[in-house]
Design a protein around this ligand. Structure first.
Ligand SMILES: NC(=O)c1ccc[n+]([C@@H]2O[C@H](COP(=O)([O-])OP(=O)(O)OC[C@H]3O[C@@H](n4cnc5c(N)ncnc54)[C@H](O)[C@@H]3O)[C@@H](O)[C@H]2O)c1
Length: 368
């Protein structure tokens, strides 16, 4: 099966390639050197789960291309997106005498990508970054677009920077070792992109959802490619999240984040919570944004087929409202939702508390 090349283009910044498919990691080193001719050394940032699986292959490839290569493996999990672990990465870079001609290679899921990306954005005021995502979520979402950062005690992703990678290498063979929870987590982001993306993507995914859930090779590569093409277009149009176009990527996340918070982080995967948020947003959309009922039903069926059933969770309306308001995107005024007007078109709608109370009440009662 061929490796697909997608180019992320910017008006005022260098473009970069995303390669998707089985074996994309072969020749990683030579591609890194081609993209970043000045590179002399590479720091592979990975985590303790991914390191024993794929770090040796990546290191050997970088070394074979003539790069002095060192590695740091941080503990797996969200807790590594912290000031303490970031400081360890910076310290390792100093200890290894890395200078501005180094490249940080983020090998892992979104946690490693965000952490390593922020280290690359900040070390010596910025060094090169290459993303080698190994989770479905990281391949379809976090590795493309340049958002990097860490969490604070006060909230997730509160400190960060935009740092576009020079190259993204998504080798689908690495997904073989991903567990089911992480797989469905990525599927939720694919579903999200398809609904707000286009008719063509959405109806293709509806037809191929079972095959994606079963991880059939061709369908996995196609789903990632379609997601990356969609995200690349959004990011190119709104690289720094200023024009509002990127807001669409938050479809399902308003209620999703509140569910994660109220249920306790980790109780449900991020993807399971986002899928529930998409179900809610589509129903809210049917009431206030003209979302067709057919779309509500088709989206339900799609999420079911992807292994993302409706959650057996609800909470008191006031608690949900408070949790939504604590989200950094909703600090002032009415809570804003991405609502699909139809497949491929959406709007950002500020929904007043009274309307939200009514719909959150219906959502809670549907779980009784
Ligand atoms: N920057 C962005 O635009 C953006 C977008 C979405 C999410 N994110 C961030 O991404 C993070 C979540 O990313 P994630 O879902 O990839 O989680 P993650 O990085 O924690 O990875 C999930 C788990 O899978 C393991 N793993 C990774 N690759 C594996 C493989 N191939 N085989 C076996 N195990 C593997 C990891 O060690 C970890 O235990 C969050 O911190 C979120 O804020 C960032």
């Amino acid at each position: 099966m061929p490796v697909t090349r997608i180019v992320v283009n910017f008006e005022d910044a260098p473009s970069y390639d995303v390669r998707v498919g089985p074996g994309a990691i072969d020749g990683l080193g030579s591609r890194v050197v081609k993209c970043i001719p000045s590179a002399t050394a590479a720091l592979v940032v990975t985590d303790t789960n991914v390191a024993p699986l794929y770090a040796a292959t990546v290191r050997e490839s970088l070394k074979a291309a003539g790069l002095r290569t060192v590695e740091i493996a941080v503990p797996a999990g969200e807790a590594s997106k912290s000031i303490a672990v970031l400081s360890e990465v910076w310290s390792a870079m100093v200890a290894q005498k890395l200078d501005r001609d180094c490249v940080v290679v983020a090998l892992g899921g979104g946690v490693v990508g965000d952490l390593a990306g922020f280290a690359a954005a900040t070390y010596m005021r910025g060094v090169h970054l290459v993303q080698v995502p190994t989770t479905l979520l990281a391949m379809v979402d976090s590795s493309v677009g340049g958002k990097t950062g860490i969490d604070l005690d006060a909230g997730k992703n509160l400190v960060g920077a935009f740092k576009q990678p020079a190259y993204v290498c998504a080798d689908t063979t690495t997904l073989a070792t991903l567990d089911e929870r992480e797989w469905t987590c990525g599927c939720a982001e694919v579903a999200k992109s398809s609904v707000i993306g286009s008719d063509d993507f959405f109806f293709w995914l509806c037809e191929n959802a079972s095959a994606l859930a079963q991880r059939l090779d061709g369908v996995v590569s196609e789903a990632i490619t379609r997601s990356v093409v969609f995200k690349a277009d959004v990011v190119a149009a709104d690289p720094h999240e200023r024009g509002g176009l990127r807001a669409g990527l938050n479809y399902g996340h308003t209620l999703g984040h509140a569910i994660e918070k109220l249920a306790g982080f980790g109780t449900y995967s991020h993807g399971a919570a986002v899928a529930e948020g998409m179900r809610f947003a589509a129903r809210l959309g049917a009431a206030v944004a003209g979302t067709p009922i057919d779309l509500v039903d088709e989206q339900d069926a799609l999420l079911d087929a992807l292994g993302l059933p409706a959650l057996d969770f609800s909470a008191d309306e006031e608690a949900v409202l408070e949790a939504m308001r604590s989200d950094k995107k909703n600090r002032s005024g009415d809570i804003r939702f991405v609502l699909p007007e139809d497949v491929g078109t959406w709007r950002l709608e500020a929904v007043d508390d009274a309307t939200l109370r009514e719909h959150l009440g219906a959502w809670r009662r549907s779980k009784e």
